[in-house]
Design a protein around this ligand. Structure first.
Ligand SMILES: *Cc1c(COP(=O)(O)O)cnc(C)c1O
Length: 340
Protein backbone atom coordinates (compact mmCIF):
# COMPACT_ATOMS: atom_id res chain seq x y z
CA UNK A 1 0.00 0.00 0.00
CA UNK A 2 1.45 3.36 -1.00
CA UNK A 3 0.70 6.18 1.43
CA UNK A 4 1.41 9.45 -0.32
CA UNK A 5 1.47 12.40 2.11
CA UNK A 6 3.56 14.74 -0.03
CA UNK A 7 0.68 17.09 -0.76
CA UNK A 8 -3.10 17.33 -0.99
CA UNK A 9 -2.63 17.65 -4.76
CA UNK A 10 -1.90 13.92 -5.23
CA UNK A 11 -5.57 12.91 -5.19
CA UNK A 12 -7.44 11.21 -8.05
CA UNK A 13 -11.09 11.98 -8.86
CA UNK A 14 -13.55 9.80 -6.90
CA UNK A 15 -15.88 7.56 -8.94
CA UNK A 16 -18.76 10.02 -8.43
CA UNK A 17 -16.60 12.98 -9.44
CA UNK A 18 -15.53 11.09 -12.57
CA UNK A 19 -19.17 10.38 -13.37
CA UNK A 20 -19.99 14.09 -13.08
CA UNK A 21 -17.07 14.84 -15.41
CA UNK A 22 -18.17 12.25 -17.98
CA UNK A 23 -21.69 13.67 -18.02
CA UNK A 24 -20.63 17.32 -18.31
CA UNK A 25 -22.21 19.53 -20.94
CA UNK A 26 -19.35 21.31 -22.68
CA UNK A 27 -18.67 24.00 -25.27
CA UNK A 28 -15.77 26.23 -26.28
CA UNK A 29 -14.85 28.22 -23.20
CA UNK A 30 -12.60 30.62 -25.14
CA UNK A 31 -15.89 31.80 -26.70
CA UNK A 32 -17.44 31.66 -23.19
CA UNK A 33 -19.87 29.03 -24.42
CA UNK A 34 -19.01 26.14 -22.12
CA UNK A 35 -22.07 25.75 -19.86
CA UNK A 36 -20.18 23.81 -17.17
CA UNK A 37 -17.41 26.40 -16.88
CA UNK A 38 -20.00 29.17 -16.82
CA UNK A 39 -21.92 27.40 -14.06
CA UNK A 40 -18.78 26.83 -11.98
CA UNK A 41 -17.85 30.51 -12.31
CA UNK A 42 -21.36 31.57 -11.33
CA UNK A 43 -21.39 29.24 -8.30
CA UNK A 44 -17.98 30.43 -7.11
CA UNK A 45 -18.93 34.10 -7.47
CA UNK A 46 -22.21 33.55 -5.60
CA UNK A 47 -20.53 31.62 -2.83
CA UNK A 48 -18.17 34.51 -2.10
CA UNK A 49 -20.90 37.09 -2.62
CA UNK A 50 -19.16 38.69 -5.59
CA UNK A 51 -20.14 39.69 -9.13
CA UNK A 52 -17.91 37.48 -11.21
CA UNK A 53 -15.38 34.66 -11.34
CA UNK A 54 -13.04 33.11 -13.90
CA UNK A 55 -11.82 29.51 -14.23
CA UNK A 56 -8.06 28.93 -14.59
CA UNK A 57 -5.81 25.92 -15.14
CA UNK A 58 -3.74 26.61 -11.99
CA UNK A 59 -3.53 28.58 -8.78
CA UNK A 60 -0.27 30.07 -9.92
CA UNK A 61 -2.04 31.56 -12.92
CA UNK A 62 -4.88 32.99 -10.81
CA UNK A 63 -2.44 34.64 -8.42
CA UNK A 64 -0.24 35.94 -11.21
CA UNK A 65 -3.26 37.36 -13.02
CA UNK A 66 -4.46 39.11 -9.87
CA UNK A 67 -1.01 40.61 -9.32
CA UNK A 68 -0.96 41.81 -12.94
CA UNK A 69 -4.37 43.45 -12.49
CA UNK A 70 -3.44 45.29 -9.32
CA UNK A 71 0.04 46.56 -10.22
CA UNK A 72 2.17 48.37 -12.79
CA UNK A 73 5.79 47.50 -13.67
CA UNK A 74 8.12 48.91 -11.02
CA UNK A 75 5.54 48.62 -8.24
CA UNK A 76 6.04 46.63 -5.08
CA UNK A 77 3.70 44.22 -3.34
CA UNK A 78 3.79 43.32 0.33
CA UNK A 79 3.69 39.69 1.43
CA UNK A 80 5.01 37.41 4.12
CA UNK A 81 8.44 35.83 3.56
CA UNK A 82 6.75 32.42 3.32
CA UNK A 83 4.24 33.52 0.64
CA UNK A 84 3.56 31.15 -2.26
CA UNK A 85 3.52 34.11 -4.67
CA UNK A 86 7.11 34.87 -3.66
CA UNK A 87 8.58 31.40 -3.11
CA UNK A 88 6.80 28.98 -5.41
CA UNK A 89 5.59 30.73 -8.55
CA UNK A 90 8.87 30.67 -10.42
CA UNK A 91 9.58 34.38 -9.99
CA UNK A 92 6.39 35.17 -11.90
CA UNK A 93 5.87 38.36 -9.91
CA UNK A 94 8.85 39.90 -11.69
CA UNK A 95 8.53 37.89 -14.94
CA UNK A 96 4.87 38.69 -15.55
CA UNK A 97 4.32 42.00 -13.79
CA UNK A 98 7.76 43.60 -13.34
CA UNK A 99 6.97 43.85 -9.64
CA UNK A 100 9.16 43.33 -6.55
CA UNK A 101 8.15 41.95 -3.17
CA UNK A 102 8.57 43.61 0.23
CA UNK A 103 8.90 40.59 2.47
CA UNK A 104 7.49 40.72 5.97
CA UNK A 105 9.02 38.61 8.73
CA UNK A 106 5.69 37.28 9.99
CA UNK A 107 4.63 34.38 12.17
CA UNK A 108 3.83 31.09 10.36
CA UNK A 109 3.23 32.98 7.12
CA UNK A 110 0.99 35.61 8.70
CA UNK A 111 1.66 39.33 9.22
CA UNK A 112 0.12 41.93 11.50
CA UNK A 113 -1.49 45.10 10.15
CA UNK A 114 1.30 47.06 11.91
CA UNK A 115 3.94 45.05 10.03
CA UNK A 116 2.16 45.68 6.74
CA UNK A 117 1.90 49.38 7.54
CA UNK A 118 5.64 49.57 8.28
CA UNK A 119 6.27 47.89 4.91
CA UNK A 120 4.49 50.55 2.84
CA UNK A 121 6.85 52.89 1.01
CA UNK A 122 5.81 56.57 1.21
CA UNK A 123 4.05 57.22 -2.12
CA UNK A 124 5.69 60.62 -2.65
CA UNK A 125 9.22 59.27 -2.03
CA UNK A 126 10.04 58.50 -5.65
CA UNK A 127 13.35 56.78 -4.80
CA UNK A 128 11.60 53.66 -3.59
CA UNK A 129 9.15 51.43 -5.46
CA UNK A 130 5.49 52.35 -5.24
CA UNK A 131 3.61 49.99 -2.95
CA UNK A 132 0.36 49.02 -4.64
CA UNK A 133 -0.76 45.61 -3.36
CA UNK A 134 -0.94 43.45 -0.25
CA UNK A 135 -1.11 39.66 -0.77
CA UNK A 136 -2.05 37.33 2.03
CA UNK A 137 -2.42 33.55 2.11
CA UNK A 138 -5.05 31.57 4.05
CA UNK A 139 -4.38 28.88 5.09
CA UNK A 140 -0.63 29.36 4.89
CA UNK A 141 1.23 26.64 3.04
CA UNK A 142 4.84 27.04 4.19
CA UNK A 143 3.40 28.31 7.49
CA UNK A 144 2.01 24.81 8.18
CA UNK A 145 -1.67 25.23 7.36
CA UNK A 146 -2.15 28.04 9.88
CA UNK A 147 -5.40 30.06 9.80
CA UNK A 148 -5.49 33.84 10.06
CA UNK A 149 -7.34 35.75 12.76
CA UNK A 150 -10.15 37.35 10.76
CA UNK A 151 -9.90 40.56 12.83
CA UNK A 152 -6.30 41.01 11.66
CA UNK A 153 -7.44 40.55 8.06
CA UNK A 154 -10.04 43.29 8.65
CA UNK A 155 -7.40 45.64 10.08
CA UNK A 156 -5.29 45.09 6.97
CA UNK A 157 -8.38 45.85 4.83
CA UNK A 158 -8.79 49.18 6.62
CA UNK A 159 -5.14 49.93 6.07
CA UNK A 160 -5.45 49.11 2.36
CA UNK A 161 -8.44 51.47 2.17
CA UNK A 162 -6.69 54.40 3.83
CA UNK A 163 -3.45 53.85 1.88
CA UNK A 164 -5.12 53.07 -1.48
CA UNK A 165 -3.67 49.58 -1.81
CA UNK A 166 -5.27 46.58 -3.49
CA UNK A 167 -5.82 43.49 -1.32
CA UNK A 168 -5.53 39.96 -2.74
CA UNK A 169 -6.20 36.66 -0.98
CA UNK A 170 -4.32 33.58 -2.11
CA UNK A 171 -7.00 31.20 -0.94
CA UNK A 172 -5.59 28.00 -2.41
CA UNK A 173 -6.66 26.37 0.88
CA UNK A 174 -9.38 28.81 1.96
CA UNK A 175 -11.73 25.80 2.21
CA UNK A 176 -9.66 24.41 5.06
CA UNK A 177 -9.86 27.76 6.87
CA UNK A 178 -13.63 27.93 6.30
CA UNK A 179 -14.14 24.49 7.83
CA UNK A 180 -12.08 25.40 10.93
CA UNK A 181 -13.29 28.98 11.41
CA UNK A 182 -16.61 30.72 11.98
CA UNK A 183 -16.50 32.90 8.84
CA UNK A 184 -18.40 32.23 5.63
CA UNK A 185 -17.02 32.46 2.12
CA UNK A 186 -18.92 35.72 1.63
CA UNK A 187 -17.26 37.17 4.77
CA UNK A 188 -13.99 36.69 2.88
CA UNK A 189 -15.59 37.95 -0.31
CA UNK A 190 -16.49 41.22 1.37
CA UNK A 191 -12.91 41.84 2.50
CA UNK A 192 -10.70 41.35 -0.56
CA UNK A 193 -10.50 42.90 -4.02
CA UNK A 194 -9.70 39.52 -5.52
CA UNK A 195 -9.59 35.96 -4.20
CA UNK A 196 -7.97 32.96 -5.82
CA UNK A 197 -9.10 29.48 -4.78
CA UNK A 198 -7.81 26.02 -5.75
CA UNK A 199 -10.07 23.11 -6.65
CA UNK A 200 -7.12 20.74 -7.10
CA UNK A 201 -5.93 20.60 -3.47
CA UNK A 202 -8.15 19.50 -0.60
CA UNK A 203 -11.23 19.44 -2.83
CA UNK A 204 -9.74 16.66 -4.93
CA UNK A 205 -10.15 17.90 -8.53
CA UNK A 206 -7.55 16.92 -11.13
CA UNK A 207 -6.93 20.58 -12.07
CA UNK A 208 -8.45 24.00 -11.69
CA UNK A 209 -8.51 27.27 -9.82
CA UNK A 210 -10.91 30.19 -9.79
CA UNK A 211 -10.33 33.92 -9.48
CA UNK A 212 -13.19 35.81 -7.84
CA UNK A 213 -13.88 39.54 -7.75
CA UNK A 214 -15.99 42.31 -9.22
CA UNK A 215 -16.89 42.42 -12.91
CA UNK A 216 -14.37 45.11 -13.70
CA UNK A 217 -11.47 42.99 -12.40
CA UNK A 218 -12.67 39.77 -14.00
CA UNK A 219 -13.06 41.53 -17.38
CA UNK A 220 -9.39 42.44 -17.13
CA UNK A 221 -8.50 38.95 -15.92
CA UNK A 222 -9.89 37.23 -19.00
CA UNK A 223 -7.51 39.18 -21.25
CA UNK A 224 -4.53 38.37 -19.02
CA UNK A 225 -5.50 34.70 -18.85
CA UNK A 226 -5.49 34.67 -22.66
CA UNK A 227 -2.06 36.33 -22.77
CA UNK A 228 -0.67 33.75 -20.34
CA UNK A 229 -2.02 30.96 -22.53
CA UNK A 230 -4.69 29.91 -20.05
CA UNK A 231 -7.69 30.00 -22.37
CA UNK A 232 -9.01 26.44 -22.58
CA UNK A 233 -11.60 24.97 -24.93
CA UNK A 234 -13.91 22.16 -23.67
CA UNK A 235 -12.78 22.78 -20.12
CA UNK A 236 -16.24 21.90 -18.85
CA UNK A 237 -15.14 18.31 -18.22
CA UNK A 238 -12.76 19.70 -15.61
CA UNK A 239 -15.13 22.41 -14.39
CA UNK A 240 -17.75 19.70 -13.72
CA UNK A 241 -15.30 18.18 -11.23
CA UNK A 242 -15.11 21.61 -9.59
CA UNK A 243 -18.89 21.94 -9.31
CA UNK A 244 -19.05 18.45 -7.83
CA UNK A 245 -16.27 19.29 -5.35
CA UNK A 246 -17.91 22.51 -4.16
CA UNK A 247 -21.05 20.51 -3.39
CA UNK A 248 -19.51 17.39 -1.86
CA UNK A 249 -15.92 17.87 -0.75
CA UNK A 250 -15.79 20.93 1.51
CA UNK A 251 -17.37 19.65 4.74
CA UNK A 252 -15.34 16.46 4.67
CA UNK A 253 -12.09 18.42 5.03
CA UNK A 254 -12.66 18.23 8.79
CA UNK A 255 -11.80 14.51 8.50
CA UNK A 256 -8.41 15.41 7.02
CA UNK A 257 -7.91 17.89 9.86
CA UNK A 258 -8.77 15.30 12.50
CA UNK A 259 -6.29 12.83 11.03
CA UNK A 260 -3.62 15.54 10.87
CA UNK A 261 -4.17 16.43 14.53
CA UNK A 262 -3.83 12.75 15.49
CA UNK A 263 -0.55 12.50 13.59
CA UNK A 264 0.66 15.70 15.28
CA UNK A 265 -0.21 14.37 18.74
CA UNK A 266 1.58 11.09 18.07
CA UNK A 267 4.70 12.84 16.74
CA UNK A 268 4.85 15.06 19.84
CA UNK A 269 5.27 11.99 22.04
CA UNK A 270 8.05 10.32 20.03
CA UNK A 271 11.66 10.60 21.28
CA UNK A 272 13.14 11.17 17.82
CA UNK A 273 10.90 14.16 17.14
CA UNK A 274 12.40 17.51 18.11
CA UNK A 275 9.49 19.82 17.38
CA UNK A 276 5.97 19.74 15.94
CA UNK A 277 4.35 22.97 14.80
CA UNK A 278 0.73 23.44 15.95
CA UNK A 279 -1.62 21.51 13.65
CA UNK A 280 -4.59 23.68 12.66
CA UNK A 281 -5.75 22.12 9.40
CA UNK A 282 -4.36 19.38 7.13
CA UNK A 283 -0.62 20.23 7.19
CA UNK A 284 1.88 18.98 9.77
CA UNK A 285 5.35 20.52 9.87
CA UNK A 286 7.87 18.90 12.20
CA UNK A 287 11.58 18.49 12.85
CA UNK A 288 13.41 15.33 13.80
CA UNK A 289 16.20 15.06 16.34
CA UNK A 290 19.16 13.97 14.26
CA UNK A 291 20.98 12.58 17.29
CA UNK A 292 18.38 9.78 17.15
CA UNK A 293 17.94 9.39 13.40
CA UNK A 294 19.24 11.33 10.40
CA UNK A 295 16.65 12.96 8.17
CA UNK A 296 17.76 11.04 5.06
CA UNK A 297 17.63 7.73 6.95
CA UNK A 298 14.19 8.59 8.31
CA UNK A 299 12.80 9.39 4.85
CA UNK A 300 14.35 6.19 3.52
CA UNK A 301 12.75 4.10 6.26
CA UNK A 302 9.37 5.59 5.48
CA UNK A 303 9.84 5.02 1.74
CA UNK A 304 10.66 1.35 2.40
CA UNK A 305 7.22 1.05 3.97
CA UNK A 306 5.59 2.87 1.07
CA UNK A 307 5.19 6.21 2.86
CA UNK A 308 6.10 9.39 1.02
CA UNK A 309 6.59 12.77 2.71
CA UNK A 310 8.75 15.76 1.78
CA UNK A 311 11.38 17.99 3.31
CA UNK A 312 10.77 21.74 3.33
CA UNK A 313 14.44 22.64 3.82
CA UNK A 314 16.09 23.86 7.05
CA UNK A 315 15.40 20.52 8.76
CA UNK A 316 11.63 20.83 8.42
CA UNK A 317 9.52 17.95 7.17
CA UNK A 318 5.94 18.16 5.92
CA UNK A 319 2.98 15.79 5.98
CA UNK A 320 -0.30 16.69 4.26
CA UNK A 321 -3.53 14.72 4.75
CA UNK A 322 -6.13 14.57 1.97
CA UNK A 323 -9.13 12.92 0.34
CA UNK A 324 -7.20 9.83 -0.81
CA UNK A 325 -5.60 9.25 2.60
CA UNK A 326 -8.02 6.63 3.91
CA UNK A 327 -8.79 5.48 7.47
CA UNK A 328 -6.92 2.26 6.68
CA UNK A 329 -3.83 4.17 5.53
CA UNK A 330 -4.06 6.36 8.61
CA UNK A 331 -4.03 3.37 10.94
CA UNK A 332 -1.08 1.86 9.07
CA UNK A 333 0.85 5.15 9.09
CA UNK A 334 0.42 5.71 12.84
CA UNK A 335 1.72 2.18 13.41
CA UNK A 336 4.74 2.79 11.14
CA UNK A 337 5.59 6.00 13.02
CA UNK A 338 5.31 4.23 16.38
CA UNK A 339 7.70 1.50 15.23
CA UNK A 340 10.52 3.76 14.01
C1 LIG B 1 -0.76 25.25 -4.43
C2 LIG B 1 -0.81 26.68 -4.10
C3 LIG B 1 -1.04 27.64 -5.09
C4 LIG B 1 -1.24 27.31 -6.55
O1 LIG B 1 -0.53 26.28 -7.03
P1 LIG B 1 -0.78 25.57 -8.45
O2 LIG B 1 0.02 24.32 -8.28
O3 LIG B 1 -0.26 26.49 -9.47
O4 LIG B 1 -2.24 25.32 -8.62
C5 LIG B 1 -1.10 28.95 -4.71
N1 LIG B 1 -0.97 29.30 -3.42
C6 LIG B 1 -0.78 28.40 -2.43
C7 LIG B 1 -0.67 28.87 -1.03
C8 LIG B 1 -0.68 27.06 -2.74
O5 LIG B 1 -0.49 26.19 -1.76
Amino acid sequence: MEINLISDTVTRPTPDMLKAMMQAKVGDDVFKSDPSVNLLEQRAAEMFGREAALYFPSGTMTNQTAIKIHTKPGDQLICDKYAHVYNYEGGGVSFNSGVSCKLIDGHRGMMTAAQVEAGINPPDFYHSPLTSLVCIENTTNKGGGACWDFEELKRIRQLCDTRSLAYHLDGARIWNALVEGSQTASDYGSLFDTISVCLSKGLGCPVGSVLIGDKQHIDKAIRIRKILGGGMRQAGFMAAAGIYALEHHIERLSEDHEKAREIGRLLEGLVWVKKVEPVETNIIIFEIDESHIAEAEFLEKLAEKGVLIIGMGQGKLRIVTHLDYTDQMHKAFLKILNEI
